[in-house]
Ligand binder design. Structure first.
Ligand code: PGA
Length: 249
């Protein structure tokens, strides 16, 4: 039985004053049945860790370097995220693939570094609108998954299906399209990892998840939770999404 997971990706949002949103979130959802991870910008990691202490909420980073340390100005190592209190890290988000030219091979190397530091990688993959319109969605997902996965089958892993065209746009795939993508990813995971380890991987949907569409998305087979961007910044919205995930059982 996979525990459901709600991950909030704050992206490049959040100043010290915004940490108060977490208190409101915790007050409204003091004991979620699902796992909740908050991924703030690096500047807030330590203060967020302090804020999340003695709560069921976890901390995550938004990226890490492939190396454990070294001369890489401006980068952050997985060991540093773990040292700051993180237990997850988002890797290969489409914004990093687009803004920083991250390839799937780099994502796989980052996932290896994350695991070496004891972090659970949340590996993001997803098709562009042109790829979907061209009927290539499943092939793109197969290719990205195969090349982004780290070696090894015994450590926890999360994969987020995030159609690029659904991120920050207010548009989402239909439940049937999400079901098709997640079913495909589950069978591809079984090919790469074997049936047992594949069954343990949590598959998140990400892209314009809001309180209004969360229940319909969480009702889809093989959806184990969500990676939430914009709606994770407002405590009321993220709280409602968490409640929706809990209600989906
Ligand atoms: P969004 O972002 O919820 O704002 O669409 C999701 C994501 O990029 O992880």
């Amino acid at each position: 039985m996979r525990q459901k997971l709600a991950a909030g990706n704050w992206k490049m949002h959040g100043l010290a004053a915004d940490l108060a949103a977490i208190d409101a979130l915790r007050a409204a959802n003091p004991a979620p049945a699902c796992e909740v991870v908050i991924c703030p910008p690096a500047t807030l990691l330590a203060r967020m860790a302090e804020r999340l202490k003695r709560s069921p909420y976890c901390l995550g980073g938004q990226d890490c370097h492939v190396a454990a340390k070294g001369a890489h100005t401006g980068d952050i190592a997985a060991t540093m995220l773990a040292d700051a209190g993180a237990s997850f890290v988002i890797l290969g988000h489409s914004e990093r693939r687009a803004d920083h030219g991250e390839t799937s091979a780099v994502v796989a190397a980052k996932a290896r570094a994350a695991r070496a530091a004891g972090l659970v990688p949340i590996i993001c993959i997803g098709e562009t609108e042109a790829e979907r319109d061209g009927g290539r969605t499943l092939q793109v997902l197969s290719d990205q998954l195969a090349t982004s996965l780290p070696d090894g089958t015994d450590a926890p892993l999360v994969v987020a299906y995030e159609p690029v065209w659904a991120i920050g746009t207010g548009r989402t795939p239909s439940p049937a399209q999400i079901a098709e993508a997640h079913g495909h990813l589950r069978s591809q995971l079984a090919r790469h990892l074997g049936a047992g380890p594949a069954a343990a991987v949590r598959l998140l949907y990400g892209g314009s998840v809001k309180p209004a569409n969360a229940a319909a998305i969480f009702a889809v087979a093989e959806v184990d939770g969500a990676l939430v961007g914009g709606a994770s910044l407002a405590a009321a919205d993220f709280g409602a999404i968490i409640a929706s995930l809990d209600a989906a059982g």
